[in-house]
Design a binder for this molecule. Structure first.
Ligand code: TXA
Ligand code: MG
Length: 325
């Protein structure tokens, strides 16, 4: 069934009120955050939470992040806050860091997918925090894309993926960070990164003055732990700089869209995207460029990987999953 998806403007007070009304009535509103757009629904409304899984076609064993507008909303979800958790909250919230806490018994097992923990994030955008703070307890907000596909960094991306399936999209322009939050588990004695993201392992270790583990593999079912994820429709391959020229060489009947950083050898490609060479800049552009490349009607998306890109775990995590077949 297709429904009308209203496009709302974050700069209009009346549209913010409409977004709140839709949420309070149990509807789904895609909201901008500094990382990617999220698909918001009132976290204590079971039917609304269920409808988020339905719109995304997301399996029920993938838990959701609760987004809060202020610290007092945290009390509904969590009662044990360790010293290390306090420390990162003081420095990184509001911002692109999700924390995994032991959950209070009242937290719905739909949100936590049966785990004894709950994921919480306080997003960076002021207007979104104000909106959430006006609603009871917080919003669940997984990335606003169909399951396994590319995350959205503009309202237009959300419309392409979920238009007709959700009640509204609140347009707040392009996301500034462009990559999903780092997920840090603070529920046990050891600090552990479950999904690499804008806050690096080194930064979190420095902030907490503790060892922060980032296991190559762990058993927790998170997006960053699935082999195929963040995928464009067009097949995507990763190619080292030295091999790029040969890969897309003349005489090959395939057409390519190439994301490159410093290689002149991409010139044989049908379509080229010149990516920023700094870490934050590359992250900001990544999904946006992959969405563009996916619309370029080429046979394959080729991403040039350099030693520098290989040293950025949050980027390699997304690229490896995007290329998995
Ligand atoms: O930046 C972000 O985090 C964005 C924006 C919208 O806030 N949200 C986002 O949500 O990326 P989503 O649902 O696409 O990814 C959240 C990840 C999932 O992989 C989920 O498995 C994991 O968080 N997660 C949620 N609750 C968890 C828990 N209790 N323990 C471990 N992982 C959890
Ligand atoms: Mg996601």
């Amino acid at each position: 069934m297709t429904i009308e998806t209203h496009i709302l403007d974050i700069n209009k007070a009346q549209d913010i009120q409409t977004a709140k009304d839709i949420l309070l009535q149990g509807g789904r509103v895609a909201i901008p955050t500094e990382t990617v757009y999220g698909l918001g629904a009132i976290a204590t409304n079971e039917d609304a939470v269920k409808s988020v899984f339905v719109a995304k076609n997301r399996p029920l064993d993938h838990p959701l992040i609760v987004h809060i507008g202020n610290e007092s909303q945290l009390n509904y979800w969590v009662d044990e806050i360790s010293q290390a958790a306090r420390c990162v909250m003081n420095v990184c919230w509001p911002g692109p860091l999700t924390l995994i806490f032991k959950k209070k018994p009242q937290v719905s097992s739909l949100i936590s997918a049966g785990l004894d923990t709950v994921a919480i994030r306080m997003p960076g955008l002021r207007s979104i925090r104000d909106l959430i703070a006006d609603l009871p307890h917080g919003l669940v907000a997984p990335s606003a894309n169909p399951h396994k596909q590319l995350s959205p960094t503009t309202a237009e991306h959300v419309k392409q993926g979920l238009g007709g399936k959700i009640e509204a999209i609140l347009d707040g322009g392009a996301c500034d960070v462009g990559l999903e939050s780092t997920i840090l588990d603070v529920s046990g004695n050891e600090l552990q990164i479950l999904r690499a993201g804008p806050y690096s392992q080194e930064q979190l270790a420095q902030i907490t003055n503790m060892h922060v583990a980032m296991p190559m593999s762990h058993s927790v079912k998170v997006a960053g732990n699935m082999k195929a994820h963040y995928q464009p429709i067009t097949p995507l391959v990763l190619v080292e700089s030295a091999e790029l020229e040969d890969y897309i060489g003349v005489g090959n009947s395939q057409s390519y869209a190439v994301l490159h950083v410093d290689s002149a050898s991409a010139s044989a490609a049908k379509i080229c995207f010149n990516m920023p060479t700094d870490r934050a800049g590359y992250a900001r552009k990544l999904y946006q460029t992959l969405h563009q490349a996916d619309h370029s009607k080429t046979d394959t998306i080729v991403v040039e990987v350099t030693p520098q890109i290989k040293s950025w775990p949050e980027i390699m995590n997304r690229l490896e999953r995007a290329s998995h077949r």
